[in-house]
Design a protein around this ligand. Structure first.
Ligand code: PLP
Length: 384
């Protein structure tokens, strides 16, 4: 019998998280009570507008940026498109070369590929090392006279490996190259100040806020062109009727998450570590991808010798454990992970990888039960 939702263990928090009850309560009035269009010139509109201004101020303060540097978007993907395409296109008179870390999310990689296909840019992709880190020196070595932009994420969504953005940024700044930093996996977990850049992306549904809202921050003075033409919303830089409830929800979620981060990060890391220890105790031939690096507390990316990651995810789902394989954010993806491949890991290691990502709902019992389910799934997969 398939386990009921209450019996299932959700270990896919890097893909998305549930909306926190307090966040839901903060958002609710803005769906049908305070519903005015923030752009409208009457009391209904002003109420909505005031809520958005307060949320913008709250998010900017939490991130340590100025409210004028923040643009609301529909998701992290849109924020990445805005930053990568918007900055590169606005600066193309200086050059048409960009350098992208090969472990980026498809939102960044595909934006870069669009720039190449549609606007004559050249893109250099820079691999990570075996520990999952993109070394600043390898990005610097890829720079050219005509490089205008580089992209390195704060932490990888598959391995959780934290990237040396703070080391890279001054090097790029000294060479007049902009740095875009996708902070979707670290927002609400680690302070943005750890990842200095010229701009970056966040997405509310990764930190217990609603799906369908994100933000791009772009440092004052950085030239960019809008990617969503329309009305004068977001100072004419991103058209589209302002989504008051979701923006209010993002602010509530970010502040709640950051407020709890210190305690929760330590607790979640301990649960994740218990899971890894228990798996290792029960199963042989397991590798922790990125395990020797500094990782987000949530992520555990494991390869199981002789198994197919997709098959394990399927067996685990039947057993009531939700995990993901490959490029997990685009659900249903069956292609092997481009991230693990860019780390130079062998084919067996790449194809046999499963990502488990822990969150607020998970405790020690989940860790142990999930590890037992993993051991059973691996035994079944190896027996085939
Ligand atoms: N960047 C990273 C690192 C992600 O993990 C995700 C998640 O899917 C995204 C961007 C895209 O964010 P969204 O789902 O809000 O479009």
């Amino acid at each position: 019998m398939t386990p009921s939702r209450l019996d299932r263990i959700y270990l896919d928090n890097a893909a998305t998280t549930p909306v926190d009850g307090e966040v839901l309560a903060a958002m609710t009035p803005y769906f049908s009570e305070v519903f005015g269009n923030p752009s409208s010139q009457h009391a209904f509109g002003r109420e909505g507008g005031n809520a958005v201004t307060a949320a913008r101020d709250g998010i900017a303060k939490a991130l340590g940026i100025s409210p004028a540097e923040l643009l609301f978007t529909s998701c992290g993907t849109e924020a990445d498109n805005l930053g990568i395409k918007g900055i590169a296109l606005a600066n193309r008179d200086r050059g048409r070369h960009i350098v992208i870390s090969a472990i980026e999310h498809p939102a960044v990689i595909e934006s870069a590929k669009d720039l190449a296909a549609l606007h004559g840019f050249e893109v250099t992709f820079v691999n990570a090392d075996k520990s999952g880190i993109v070394r600043p020196q390898s990005i610097i070595s890829a720079l050219r006279e005509d490089t205008v932009l580089a992209a390195l994420m704060s932490a990888n969504n598959e391995t959780g490996v934290i990237q040396p953005v703070a080391e890279l940024y001054p090097e790029l700044a000294a060479r007049g190259v902009y740095l875009w930093c996708d902070c979707v996996q670290t927002a609400g977990v680690l302070p943005l100040s750890l990842f200095p850049a010229d701009g970056g992306a966040i997405s509310a549904h990764k930190f217990y806020g609603p799906k369908g809202v994100g933000g791009a921050w772009i440092r004052r003075g950085v030239k960019f062109v809008r990617q969503m033409s329309g009305g004068h919303q977001e100072r004419g830089l991103r058209g589209g009727t302002t989504n008051t409830p979701l923006i209010v929800g993002m602010e509530a979620a970010l502040n709640l998450s950051l407020g709890r981060a210190e305690r929760e990060n330590a607790r979640i890391a301990a649960v994740r570590d218990l899971f890894e220890r228990t798996v290792m105790g029960l199963v042989g031939g397991v590798h922790v991808n990125g395990g020797e690096s500094s990782r987000l507390p949530s992520h555990s990316n494991l390869s199981f010798e002789g198994c197919e990651g997709q098959n394990l995810v399927f067996l685990l789902d039947i057993a009531g454990v939700a995990a993901s394989a490959g490029a997990a954010c685009s659900s249903g993806a069956t292609s092997p992970s481009h991230v693990l491949a860019a780390m130079g890991l062998g084919e067996d290691r790449v194809r046999s990888a499963v990502r488990f990502s822990f969150g607020r709902m998970n405790g020690e019992e989940d860790a142990v039960n999930a590890a037992r389910a993993v051991a059973e799934a691996v035994a079944k997969a190896r027996a085939r």
